[in-house]
Every structure is written in structure tokens, then in C-alpha cells.
Design a protein around this ligand. Sequence first.
Ligand code: AMP
Ligand code: ZN
Ligand code: FE
Ligand code: FE
Length: 290
Amino acid sequence: MRIDLHTHSVVSDGTQTPTELVQAAHDAGLDVLALTDHDTAAGWDEAARAAEATGLELVRGMELSTNHHGRGVHLLAYLPDPTHPGLAAELARVLEGRGSRGPAIIAALRRVGIELTAADIAAEVPGRPHVADALVRQGVVASREEAFATYLNPGRPAYVDRYATPLTTAIEQVGAAGGVSVIAHPWGRGRRDTLSPSELERLAGLGLAGIEVDHQDHDTAARAELRGIAGDLGLVATGSSDHHGLGKVNHALGCNTTPVDAYERLLELAAASAAASSRTTPEVVPGVRT
Ligand code: AMP
Ligand code: ZN
Ligand code: FE
Ligand code: FE
């Protein structure tokens, strides 16, 4: 069983439609895929139809934009009811923040002599990667990476802050919505201090279900350390690609995977959360297990 629990489609900042993503996952020999677009469930229905057609097992998820001690933290949420009022309100607030950031980024780019239009960066869930892609299309930079490094990262001329849900609120709301939460790439991009072992212990006490251990942002030493912390705290240790289609190099589908026992435990925790929430939560689309 090959299980990949963190991927993106064009609904956020991936480059494949949900259908293409599911097909690619099937072609890559995966048995289980989670679609985890940023801050939205909008791709779920299409992905579920494609999964049913191919025999792939599909977990409906999302990657929530949160903030912890002033740093951005990505929280994977699996199988929550996206219509739960508390969760839905946060998703709407984040989307609003993403929408109003667009004109501010365009204005900031104009100040350094680059002209983009709203249409250049439009998307269902607009993010900096769409701005990066527009800069690549215009020939301003050669890649998304270069666009972030030169213009879009904090401290660069076109960086604009936006709203993100407090991490502890997000964990609570995902639980209230009957889902389970897993911190994505906890020690990626210098977040080791934000998410220290003692912080992770506190978050586990608030209902955090797991941490993503095997991720391209973590080197071998970080993976070993995080695996130890997960074991100590009783957190599920997952592994995933964080695939973005052509949008991120070195993140091919299945490049990291989640062990079957970890996946089964996550599903058990999700079932318990769903039962305790009394919400109508989404089902896993059953696959043809090999
Ligand atoms: P945003 O959601 O608009 O804040 O943009 C953050 C997203 O951009 C992340 O979720 C990644 O998918 C992507 N990203 C962040 N840094 C980089 C980078 N250096 N190169 C390519 N993509 C990046
Ligand atoms: Zn992304
Ligand atoms: Fe992420
Ligand atoms: Fe991601």
C-alpha cells in the first residue's frame, strides 16, 4: 500500500485538475491519495468522481493557513465537515484575506517597475504561487523559486501579509467539524523554533492528531528527531509528497509516503472525532486495495 496524504490541484496552487491529479496518482502506483488544497474543499467532488472511476482510495482534506507566534504554520485537516460554522467562517476569512492581498501585491510590484493585472493572478484560491507563475510568464523570473526569493518572500519588495487563523483555533475548529489535524512540514523553512517539542506537546493536548515527518523540507536528522517526538507524544507520524504538479520541483507524487498503520490510526481518530462532533463528515472514497 502506497499512501500519499498531502497534494494540491489547480483549485489552489497545484498545476493539475483534481481529475488529472487522481489519474497521475494512480499512474504513479499510489493506493491512497489525500487532496489537500489550501483553505478549500472546492476540489473534493471532482476528485471523488475521478477516484471512483480509477479505484484509487481518496481522503478529502485541506491545508489550512494558520499563524503561531507570528509565523505561518500549515495545518492539514482530514475529513472535516467544511460546512461547520466555525471552520467555514475561518475558511471565508482566509479567502477574503487572500483576495484583498492581490491588489496590494500588484501595487507593490508596480513600485519596482513590474506591471501585472488582476486577471494575471486570478485563481479560485489565489496565492503567491499564482503571482510567481505570472512573473515567469512575463519573463521577469525563470521559476517560482526565483519569484519567491526575489519578490514574494518576507522581506522582499512584493511581500504582503494576510490573515491566517491562529493555530490553536484551527486545531479546535477542525475537531469541532469532526476531522483530524496534522501539522504539515513542521520544521520546514526554519520553523523548528516555532514548533519546539514543548510546543508540540501543548498542541497535542489541544487535540492535534499528528505531524508530517517525512517531507522534502526535512533532512534525515530532522525526520529522525520528529519521529521520536511523535512517538513520545503519541502523535501519528505521516509522510507525503506535498505535490504541486509542475509548480514545485522535487515533490513528485509518492516521493514520501505514510505507513499503513499510521494511516489506519489517523482514520480511527477521524472516526472518533466525527462521532464526537455529531456533524455529517465526508467519507473516504474506498479504493480497490492491492
Ligand atoms: P501563500 O499561500 O500565498 O502564502 O503562498 C504560500 C505557498 O507558496 C506555499 O504553500 C507553497 O505552496 C508556495 N511556496 C512557498 N515558498 C515557495 C518557494 N520558495 N518556491 C515555490 N513555492 C513556494
Ligand atoms: Zn501550495
Ligand atoms: Fe504547506
Ligand atoms: Fe502543501
